[in-house]
Design a binder for this molecule. Structure first.
Ligand code: GLY
Ligand code: MN
Ligand code: MN
Length: 431
């Protein structure tokens, strides 16, 4: 739990968005089995945590206009000895300012009462099919009582308004993201310094995770990508078990999660001490695309403008390298550049690495607004088996990624500390 009560302001804001006859239900995460009786490390659901600051499993938050309910695990000494102290319904009642606080055993009966005469149910369906089915069944059951003058929800909708709230970060959330960036920087620097021929990728992964944990973070906010040589051409490579070779580059995409907010940084650098001339040329091209995109991360620019900017610079560069024919329009219109640049240039960042919020509004790419945080992460990837390109390119993968806050004026790069020019990266590797 966080020590403050930011969730109360959020609940209040949400209350102002809810109308009579609407109910919003948010489920906490549950422990998940990894194998036999071993569980995965627990991470609270982001929406639930955003609204409750409670890191305990299995709770259910139910909101209606001017009413707030919650269901939790019961206090139970013998179970708490095994799995940890629970808050209990009294404490949660006062933490969340509840109308009524229940235990989970009351769920089936009470939810039917609460949903009676609700017309719209907001619920993130699609995450847990058992929950989806349960809520459809309660709604259907209530709607069979029409003759008694009762009804249940006839619409189940995803509460996009909650994700729109999460999309615009408060000063406090931005501070959490800054802290995550500081810890991530320490991890990347230590991994860059430690990289050398002969070691294995997981040795660098262990440095990242250990620096993150040592500095008070939860650990990586997503699976660390430590991809040397041709592994960097696999976008979500997480095997991390290959040997590092002199002359290769290595791509690390990793971010620490602190206070439930994650950084997302990618750096690509030589396994040994220096970039080769060809690696330098490609790196400079990706860097120029990344810096140009960052420079236009401003209020009023659309998300698509950012991507188009990266595509244009990378495509021109690919033409200069003679990897694409010299017809810019055709290369872009026919998507020929996608052979080397096949992903989007960025995404929202926050509690989830691919954070929530709409990218399109009424079919149009959304305009950036102050308080949004996004990544800028262009890259170039040359298939190791592509015999249509000169051998020297094959197996090179380069991505450079920073986290950027949109402000009223200039963009703020939250991850500015982490070296990314060729000379800064090479200097870090000098003994
Ligand atoms: N680490 C996943 C991404 O950069 O989107
Ligand atoms: Mn990213
Ligand atoms: Mn990333």
């Amino acid at each position: 739990m966080t020590s403050n009560y930011i969730h109360l302001n959020r609940l209040q804001k949400l209350n102002s968005l809810l109308k009579e006859g609407e109910t919003l239900i948010i489920f906490a995460a549950s422990h998940q089995i990894r194998n036999r009786d071993v569980e995965y490390k627990f991470r609270q659901d982001s929406d639930y945590f955003y609204l409750t600051s409670i890191s305990e499993a299995d709770g259910i938050l139910v909101l209606q206009k001017d009413k707030r309910f919650h269901f939790c695990l019961p206090k139970n000494k013998s179970e708490e000895i095994w799995t940890g102290i629970r808050l209990g319904k009294e404490k949660i009642g006062s933490l969340l300012g509840l109308t009524e606080s229940f235990e989970l055993k009351e769920w089936s009966e009470k939810i039917e009462e609460i949903l009676t005469n609700t017309s719209t149910l907001f619920h993130f369906f699609g995450k847990d099919s058992n929950r989806d089915r349960e809520l459809i069944e309660v709604s259907a059951r209530l709607n069979r009582k029409l003759r008694d003058g009762k009804f249940g929800p006839n619409r189940i909708e995803i509460p996009e308004f909650l994700h729109e709230m999460r999309l615009v970060k408060s000063e406090e959330e931005i501070q959490f993201l800054r802290e995550a960036a500081v810890i991530t920087d320490l991890g990347h620097r230590e991994a860059i310094r430690a990289s050398r021929p002969g070691i294995k990728e997981f040795e660098l992964e262990s440095i990242l995770e250990s620096v993150y944990l040592r500095n008070g973070s939860w650990g990586g906010g997503y699976g660390h990508i430590v991809a040397s040589g041709k592994n960097a051409t696999i976008l979500h490579y997480t095997n991390n078990d290959d040997v590092l070779h002199e002359g290769d580059l290595i791509l690390i995409d990793s971010g620490a999660e602190k206070n439930y907010y994650t950084a997302d940084i990618t750096r690509t650098f030589p396994v040994g001490k220096q970039f080769s001339p060809l690696q330098k040329d490609i790196y400079e091209l990706v860097l120029s695309a990344q810096e140009s995109v960052i420079s236009i991360c401003k209020k009023g620019v659309s998300f698509l403008d950012l991507h188009n900017k990266a595509v244009e610079i990378l495509t021109r560069g690919l033409m200069d390298l003679k990897l694409l024919e010299s017809n810019l329009e055709k290369n872009i219109e026919e998507g020929l550049y996608k052979k080397f640049y096949m992903h989007r240039t960025g995404h929202y960042l926050g509690m989830d690495v691919h954070d929530v919020g709409k990218y399109y509004i009424n079919g149009k790419s959304r305009l950036l607004e102050p308080g949004q945080v996004l990544t800028v992460e262009p890259g170039l990837y040359f298939d190791p088996e592509d015999t249509d390109i000169p051998d020297k390119f094959r197996g090179i993968g380069i991505r450079i990624e920073d986290d950027v806050l949109i402000t009223e004026s200039e963009p703020e790069v939250l991850t500015f500390r982490t070296p990314k020019t060729i000379s800064d990266l090479e200097n870090l590797k000098k003994d």
